[in-house]
Ligand binder design. Structure first.
Ligand SMILES: C[S@@+](CC[C@H](N)C(=O)[O-])C[C@H]1O[C@@H](n2cnc3c(N)ncnc32)[C@H](O)[C@@H]1O
Length: 277
């Protein structure tokens, strides 16, 4: 079972489900297109909440509930955790669409690259991709593999709970953290330092002293940087739905990237009422 993370978990699911409904309505009119729903961090099917109804359907089950105007042709669920993957299989074993459901207990990165290969070879397929990790599990290279393909990508970017926490105030980031930042953001150490830190040079008695200081709004910069990076792979990116914790600190930026203006317009319309920043 997945732990419920706050109100924004519900809002995030609502965004994806609303977008998926609009997506299927558009695809319904293009009857030569086959659709894939690819969920890279599928979970167990249910999430735990704190209220009276303490078990809620997760996104996977909510997406499977959409039947009008048509369901997806393929549902592809990736879940690394054995317990969650087994639970998801059990929860979907009697589902009416089970013939079209594939569940793989693997790393999302591997399966994103496999999806890209599939789409290159099967030109009549389009994929709606949902990437919903807790942390920085998705390598930039996996996202980059989707370039030029018929993919609409919703991605939860851990700007606050991931990137910002690794950006130590004085810039003395350990090698292993810097490697993680590089593979996650797809930027070099030099580019990361330039983007998130400012350095001032002070003349002292014993020569120059360089003082490195983290930018005040690094978490917002992280959202902007990821948006900019996505624009190297997709033709456009939506606004972000910014998720905050109870102390009002930003935890995630949730955004959509696609190669289609209408898709971005719909994503922005879905996000707009929930827009927090
Ligand atoms: C935030 S939860 C997913 C919740 C789900 N999307 C929902 O709405 O119900 C993240 C899930 O990703 C799984 N996970 C973590 N790392 C992964 C990876 N590298 N590849 C695939 N799944 C992973 C975790 O076990 C966890 O179940």
């Amino acid at each position: 079972m997945n732990q419920f993370g706050g109100n924004w978990t519900e809002e995030k699911m609502d965004i994806v489900v609303k977008y998926a409904s609009a997506y299927l309505t558009i695809m319904y009119k293009q009857n030569w297109v086959k659709t894939i729903y690819f969920d890279g961090f599928a979970g167990s099917g249910f999430i735990e909440s704190e209220g009276i109804d303490h078990l809620k359907k997760g996104t996977a089950l909510r997406i499977l509930d959409i039947s009008e105007p048509k369901p997806f042709d393929i549902y592809y669920f990736v879940e690394l955790n054995e317990e969650h993957a087994t639970a998801l299989k059990a929860n979907l074993s009697t589902h009416p669409l089970r013939q079209n459901i594939h569940i793989r207990q693997e790393d999302c990165n591997t399966k994103l690259v496999a999806l890209a290969e599939f789409l290159k070879e099967n030109k009549n397929y389009r994929a709606l991709v949902f990437i919903d990790p807790y942390g920085m599990s998705v390598n930039w290279g996996s996202i980059e593999s989707l370039k030029g393909l018929g993919v609409d990508l919703w991605i939860l970017v851990p700007t606050g709970i991931g990137v910002n926490r690794m950006l130590i105030n004085d810039g003395r980031i350990s090698d292993s953290w810097m490697q993680k930042l590089e593979s996650f953001l797809g930027y070099s150490k030099e580019e990361i330092m330039k983007h998130f830190y400012k350095s001032t040079i002070r003349q002292t008695l014993f020569g120059e002293e360089i003082n490195i200081q983290k930018e005040k709004d690094a978490v917002i910069l992280a959202g902007e940087l990821y948006t900019r990076k996505l624009k190297q792979v997709f033709s456009d990116v939506s606004k972000s739905f910014v998720m905050r914790n109870s102390q009002n600190s930003i935890m995630y930026h949730f955004m959509m990237a696609a190669n289609n203006k209408t898709a971005i317009k719909i994503a922005n319309e879905v996000i707009e009422p929930k827009y927090k920043l």
